[in-house]
Design a binder for this molecule. Structure first.
Ligand code: UDP
Ligand code: MG
Length: 315
């Protein structure tokens, strides 16, 4: 059985050597054939030369390098396309995903699970991020059809048929957490204590996280659109009742025109609501725009594995 390890790397020059050594040691101990698929996501540092060097010294190393930073989603997609393994493990290059857990994943896989997920605790995260994540997952699980769990990330093992299924999903706006959940197949989860990043800093700024969150919300179904519609209907009914009340009041008690403040409040509130709704519609239209352009998910500028595997050729 061949195990592929898919590793997206963005500015990871300093840690890659250590990562490679630790993973290699671990995989050798487990006694499986393995292959490493590094994807350099347009790093600005020496990540690419480091990868070239690793590939030159270790024939089990595949790498490719993007023409610019396309994001972790694109990097994972590229990695999956270029992985030949009977099982594929996706892991971060920053050693926050302990290679020691691969053995446990393979055990679970041997028990018949197609997806083995390592779920991390939020130890070492800033409180704001922990609370934000909690609120976000509460909301998203009410809005999307697939079940998303906090702490469940991209560190997971996928069986061959799961990888093939994920590669069938060719959408441009990729939200892997959701795609993996959508694909299904027997899945199991185990927890592990989150390791604090050893070097560098997380590439996730608040803005990036916010956009990622929105992608998750909007890439699954049209429930936000539906919610906007209901909100509009409720507000319209309230406005109608209020209008009827004012007209009735004026008919019975004669014309009376206080309520300038009420008027302004109602007008601005409704304008706000309309903008939100137009925004939601716009998000979907924007997504359609990106999908119909059918641009490639990434462009490769270098690598030792330029031809993707069979399933991926149509991309
Ligand atoms: N990464 C990437 N492209 C990006 C940002 C990150 O390929 O635009 C990689 C990064 O090199 C790392 C993994 O994705 O291997 C997770 O990134 P990071 O550690 O910054 O995220 P966090 O652990 O905070 O979720
Ligand atoms: Mg990290």
């Amino acid at each position: 059985m061949l195990i592929s390890l898919v590793v997206p790397c963005f500015n990871e020059e300093e840690i890659l050597g250590r990562f490679h050594a630790r993973v290699t040691e671990q995989m050798t101990r487990l006694g499986h054939d393995f292959q490493l698929v590094y994807v350099d996501d347009g790093s600005a540092d020496r990540t690419l030369p480091v990868l070239e060097e690793l590939a030159a010294t270790d024939p089990r190393t595949r790498y490719l390098s993007f023409s610019r930073n396309f994001g972790k989603e694109a990097a994972m997609l590229a990695g999956l396309q270029h992985a030949d393994g009977d099982a594929v493990v996706i892991m971060d290059a920053d050693l926050q995903h302990p290679p020691e857990l691969i053995g446990r994943m393979l055990e679970e896989h041997a028990r018949g699970y197609d997806q083995v997920i390592a779920r991390r605790t939020r130890k070492g995260d800033r409180l704001t991020r922990t609370l934000g994540a909690r609120a976000y997952y509460w909301l998203i699980n009410r809005l999307v059809d697939v079940e998303l769990v906090d702490g469940v990330g991209d560190f997971r093992l996928l069986s061959r048929r799961t990888v093939d299924a994920v590669l069938e999903l060719t959408e441009y706006n990729r939200f892997s957490k959701g795609l993996f959940a959508w694909v299904g197949f027997p899945t199991t989860t185990f927890g592990y204590e989150n390791a604090v990043r050893e070097q560098g800093s997380s590439a996730w700024t608040f803005g990036k996280l916010l956009n990622y969150g929105l992608d998750g919300l909007l890439s699954f179904n049209n429930k936000p659109l539906r919610a906007a519609l209901y909100l509009g209907m409720v507000l319209m009914s309230v406005a109608l009742v209020y209008a009827a009340w004012i007209v009735g009041f004026a008919l019975m008690k004669g014309v009376d025109t206080p309520g300038y403040v009420t008027l302004i409040v109602v007008v601005t509130a409704l304008a706000g609501v309309q903008m939100v709704i137009v925004g939601v519609v716009g998000e979907y239209v924007g997504r359609i725009y990106y999908e119909v352009k059918r641009r490639p998910h990434f462009l490769v500028k270098a690598g030792n594995t330029v031809v993707p595997n069979q399933q991926a050729r149509e991309f």
